[in-house]
Design a protein around this ligand. Structure first.
Ligand code: NAG
Ligand code: NAG
Ligand code: NAG
Ligand code: NAG
Ligand code: NAG
Ligand code: NAG
Ligand code: NAG
Ligand code: NAG
Length: 333
């Protein structure tokens, strides 16, 4: 009798109430105050962290808003340099941490998709009363920005992609599907050495500067976060599956926004390369070709290439990256 009562109580809670997943306890210092957008999603009450940076200029107020979308191995905080420069040039800068990442809620179970994250980001902009924005994304954030632009063409006035993922369909090129449980094991094995090795090879063209360590250590601290580390690893595994299975490359012709591709040509990032046979590996992640192909297919696109930079040109050579960004922003209003 006791047993049945208990089961009914559990069932009732599951069906009619949402589970609250509080914001992350991760106390990594961010450059601006962190605010939280509460959202109800997939029967969960979640909190999405974001920074809202005001334009910092007395000479010119453009009334433009830009949204910066972080990559899978980065966080909102990684955009500090870019956000400062944009703010100084009159932009209001919105910098979310996606659900599952960084300071946002890390749900024990969530159907991660590029579409869901785009919708969450759209909901944040709606609640802030932002009707139109520039959207800039790096890596996974670039893939997300593209999905966002496809779903919300009226909101996305300009699209800026920095070494985005998804410029090719890895599975169609032969990358085998990897069970999420194995992706989870990969994530659990993450440490300083594995992250640095990966970033050195793909982000920084086999060079290393001590200033790159900041972002490695930031990432490591999430994988070590007491009480959240395994959930974080699980979230990352689910996200990898979403990135691998939800291509954007077939829809590039449908992008309406004015687009700028900022591409480090020495990048070789490709999801699934690590577990693919050598013949498949050899075909993937050729950003010297991928940038040009994408720029041809997106109707209103321009391409700025950096022949000596890797996956994170904004970190590797901030001056050149931002010069190219502001040059385009200045003449593409
Ligand atoms: C958002 O949710 C958290 C609990 O996760 C709660 O503490 C906070 O008060 C909520 N904020 C708002 C504005 O409702
Ligand atoms: C979850 O959020 C909704 C509003 O979106 C609220 O009505 C509900 O009470 C919340 N659930 C819990 C358990 O806090
Ligand atoms: C605005 O810019 C000035 C000068 O560049 C700087 O001293 C100040 O701290 C900035 N304010 C904010 C809020 O970023
Ligand atoms: C910026 O927006 C504010 C509030 O909507 C408006 O009052 C102001 O005129 C706008 N400024 C420019 C330069 O468009
Ligand atoms: C988007 O803009 C077009 C053209 O201005 C308009 O016809 C359409 O209704 C808008 N869609 C939404 C969802 O606002
Ligand atoms: C880090 O992880 C790699 C493989 O993921 C492993 O070979 C190495 O021993 C680990 N290093 C440390 C210090 O734990
Ligand atoms: C990052 O972590 C490594 C390894 O734990 C350490 O040697 C290094 O000093 C740290 N660097 C920074 C900038 O925190
Ligand atoms: C996760 O954190 C717990 C402590 O909360 C620790 O016992 C465990 O070793 C950590 N796991 C990893 C993979 O860092």
């Amino acid at each position: 009798m006791h047993c049945i009562t208990l089961l009914l109580a559990v069932a009732t809670t599951t069906v009619f109430g949402n589970v609250i997943v509080p914001p992350s306890t991760w106390n990594y210092p961010y450059p601006w105050p962190v605010q939280y957008q509460n959202l109800t999603s997939q029967r969960l009450n979640l909190s999405m962290a974001y920074m809202d940076v005001s334009p910092n200029t007395t000479s010119y107020y453009t009334n433009k808003t830009i949204v910066l979308l972080h990559g899978k191995n980065f966080c909102g905080a990684t955009w500090e340099d870019t956000a400062r420069r944009l703010s100084t040039n009159g932009y209001r800068v919105i910098i979310p941490d996606q659900i599952g990442f960084c300071k946002s809620s890390k749900p024990p179970s969530y159907q991660f998709s590029l579409q869901q994250l785009a919708y969450n980001t759209y909901s944040l902009l709606q609640s802030l009363g932002i009707r139109q924005a520039h959207v800039l994304g790096h890596s996974m954030g670039g893939m997300l920005a593209t999905r966002f632009a496809l779903m919300y063409p009226n909101v996305t006035s300009h699209l800026i992609l920095t070494n985005p993922l998804g410029l090719e369909d890895w599975k169609a090129l032969g990358v085998p599907w990897r069970p999420i449980d194995l992706l989870y094991k990969d994530e659990l094995a993450t440490n300083y050495t594995s992250i640095r090795k990966y970033q050195q090879a793909t982000y920084y063209v086999n060079t290393w500067k001590s200033e790159y360590d900041v972002w490695v250590n930031m990432s490591v601290s999430l994988y070590r976060l007491p009480g959240e580390n395994t959930t974080f690893a699980w979230n990352m595994a689910l996200m990898t599956d979403a990135i691998l299975t939800q291509p954007i490359v077939y829809e590039l012709e449908l992008v309406k926004a004015k687009t700028l591709l900022l591409i480090g040509m020495k990048d070789s990032t490709a999801i699934g390369k690590a577990w693919s046979p050598p013949a498949v590996q050899a075909k993937l992640g050729k950003y010297d070709v991928l940038g040009k192909e994408a720029a041809k297919r997106i109707p209103d696109a321009e391409l700025a290439e950096f022949d000596d930079l890797g996956h994170s040109p904004q970190v590797q050579n901030s001056e050149r990256y931002h010069q190219a960004l502001f040059e385009w922003l200045g003449r593409s209003s």
